[in-house]
Design a protein around this ligand. Structure first.
Ligand code: MN3
Length: 247
């Protein structure tokens, strides 16, 4: 035991120096360049389908670039940020989003991107394989919006009118009701910086990188086609999970 003492003492001194601000936390970690999506706490998830599976709604080139380059870049950035932001070291997502206002803006952008895209891939499926809205979800949609068509119209409008880059959401509010909202950039309804907070059950990425190769500037056509690849089985599952948690 005695032989471990010097290590303990030097660790203690280093920790004291970090707390005192004389050594930055970053200096105690691997240099950022050494981190990658394969070695950091955050990992780029595989797509749950082939890159061309959602055609014609989403073309294979867009899907590959979107997943590998855009989502991939956010994961790489997060793993670099984890060197200096203690909250990111264990790969946590939801609890960090809930207090993101207290953290550097890069956390809001990159952890938002990672959460949003990870969800986006899952709430889509090849046309004809995503099932349909469950009786429970349908009944909640009817209660909140009047009908499935009215919900789709309101969601599509939120997506179409989001100025610049952002996302449209169907969320379960803390009181268990459904609502539609949209957020700019990579913000999402789990963050403590948005107007409407809730648990997302459906998400649509309306950044230009999500549709420009195929649809050019016509975001409305992308939104209309996208409804054909919604994975209702996953939305149903998330609705049950979120509405149970809100009770
Ligand atoms: Mn995107």
């Amino acid at each position: 035991m005695r032989s471990r003492l010097p290590v303990f003492v030097s660790s203690f001194l280093l920790l004291s120096a970090v707390l005192a601000g004389t050594v930055s936390a970053a200096q105690t970690q691997s240099p950022p360049a050494a981190r990658s999506p394969l070695t950091g706490p955050y990992v780029l998830p595989d797509l749950p389908y082939a890159a061309d599976a959602l055609q014609p709604a989403i073309d294979a080139e867009t899907m590959t670039l979107h997943h590998q380059r855009h989502h991939g870049a956010a994961v790489t950035q997060l793993n670099q940020l984890a060197a200096s932001v203690a909250e990111l070291r264990d790969g946590a997502v939801e609890p960090v989003l809930a207090r993101v206002s207290a953290l550097p803006p890069a956390v809001r952008n990159n952890l938002g991107s990672h959460y949003n895209h990870s969800l986006f891939w899952l709430v889509m499926a090849a046309s004809g394989t995503g099932g349909s809205p469950s009786p429970e979800l349908t009944s909640a949609i009817n209660a909140a919006f009047g009908s499935m068509d009215a919900m789709k119209q309101q969601f599509s409008l939120a997506a179409a009118t989001r100025f610049g880059s952002g996302w449209a959401w169907l969320v379960v509010l803390p009181d268990g009701k459904l609502a539609i909202t949209s957020t700019p950039n990579q913000d999402n309804p789990l963050m403590d910086v948005v107007e409407v907070r809730g648990t997302p059950v459906l998400a649509l990425d309306v950044w230009e990188h999500a549709y420009y190769l195929k649809y050019r500037n016509v975001r409305g056509d992308y939104i209309a086609e996208w409804w054909n690849v919604v994975n209702w089985n996953e939305v149903n599952r998330r609705y049950v999970e979120a509405s149970t948690a809100s009770k």
